[in-house]
Design a protein around this ligand. Structure first.
Ligand code: PEP
Ligand code: MG
Length: 292
């Protein structure tokens, strides 16, 4: 079986009837790059940038971040690299952030909420990311979105950062702007959000947690945590339809995207991209290539 998967390297991810699907990889650090290339991902669909912050005992500087993003962009040699901005919260403790203890961190001060509350942290990351965009095909993606207003505030800040760099004569590339759809709120207003961004990436890990009101980290609830729940699947379908009505693409970057029992269903729903752990690239490609 392994030999058969190996034969799929260098092949397109395309159904028998000719529909192509973007098959990207999820990564957390530079050390994952080797397996991304080894498994022939067509791009990186989720770079969880919080690991850069978690590995340090102080805020990573703009220059440190720039070097990391640039390295990823260069290694991917023109293939899409989607970098998710800081997604940290009271559950992922970083001493130097001085986060207060929270009773309910999953619903707490986290991710884009921190970035909008402390824009200096956000701007530093965006500057690094835009600078790196001159060295490859970088896109940016914002986590834990719940409103149109939030997206507009984010895009205003990103626009200012871009102008600032241009005024300094620093080269920057095109940077597609996307959001994660991982709250029921975002899924339900995805018709409106689709007018504000270039793409959607559905985070099924959090979308399941918030839709079912089941803490994804509570192991006692494992038997109840069901990403195949009809409510989650209906939201996914709705998001993909709303994306397409506005002419933008929609992908899945949560773990469910790598569930090979779902691949055919997602492709039929019209999902344009699947971003999975590197080891799932070839198994998912195999299923898509065998589909009608
Ligand atoms: C998700 O929520 O599905 C997701 C991809 O993000 P994370 O697992 O990092 O929260
Ligand atoms: Mg998430």
């Amino acid at each position: 079986k392994r030999a058969m998967l190996k034969e799929l390297k260098g092949k397109e991810t395309i159904t028998k009837s000719g529909r192509t699907v973007k098959l990207y990889a999820n990564i957390g650090s530079l050390s994952d790059l080797a397996s991304v290339l080894q498994n022939d991902a067509a791009g990186i669909g989720l770079f969880r940038s919080e690991f850069i912050y978690l590995e340090k005992d102080r805020y990573p500087t703009e220059e440190e971040q720039f070097q990391i993003y640039k390295t990823v962009a260069q290694n991917m040699a023109g293939k899409k690299v989607i970098i998710r901005t800081l997604d940290i919260g009271a559950d992922k403790q970083v001493g130097y952030f001085h986060m207060e203890h929270e009773e309910n961190p999953a619903m707490g001060y986290r991710a884009i909420r921190i970035c909008l509350d402390r824009p200096e942290i956000f701007r530093t990351q965006l500057r690094a990311l835009y600078r790196a965009s001159a060295y490859g095909n970088i896109a940016v993606m914002y986590p834990m979105i719940i409103s149109v207003d939030e997206v507009r505030r984010i895009r205003r800040i990103a626009g200012e950062v871009r102008e600032e760099l241009q005024a300094q004569g620093i080269p920057i590339g095109q940077v597609e702007q996307g959001i994660m759809i991982e709250t029921p709120a975002a899924a339900l207003i995805s018709d409106r959000l689709a007018k504000e961004v270039d793409f959607f990436s559905i985070g099924t890990n959090d979308l399941t947690q918030y839709t079912l009101a089941i803490d994804r980290q509570n192991s006692r609830l494992e038997q109840f945590y069901d990403p195949h729940h009809e409510a989650v699947l209906r939201l996914i379908r709705m998001v993909v339809e709303n994306a397409h009505k506005e002419g933008i693409w929609a992908g899945i970057c949560g773990e469910l995207g790598a569930d090979t029992s779902m691949t055919e269903i997602f492709v039929k729903m019209g999902v344009d991209e699947l971003s999975v752990s590197p080891s799932f690239i070839l198994p998912v490609r195999k299923i898509i290539r065998e589909m009608e």
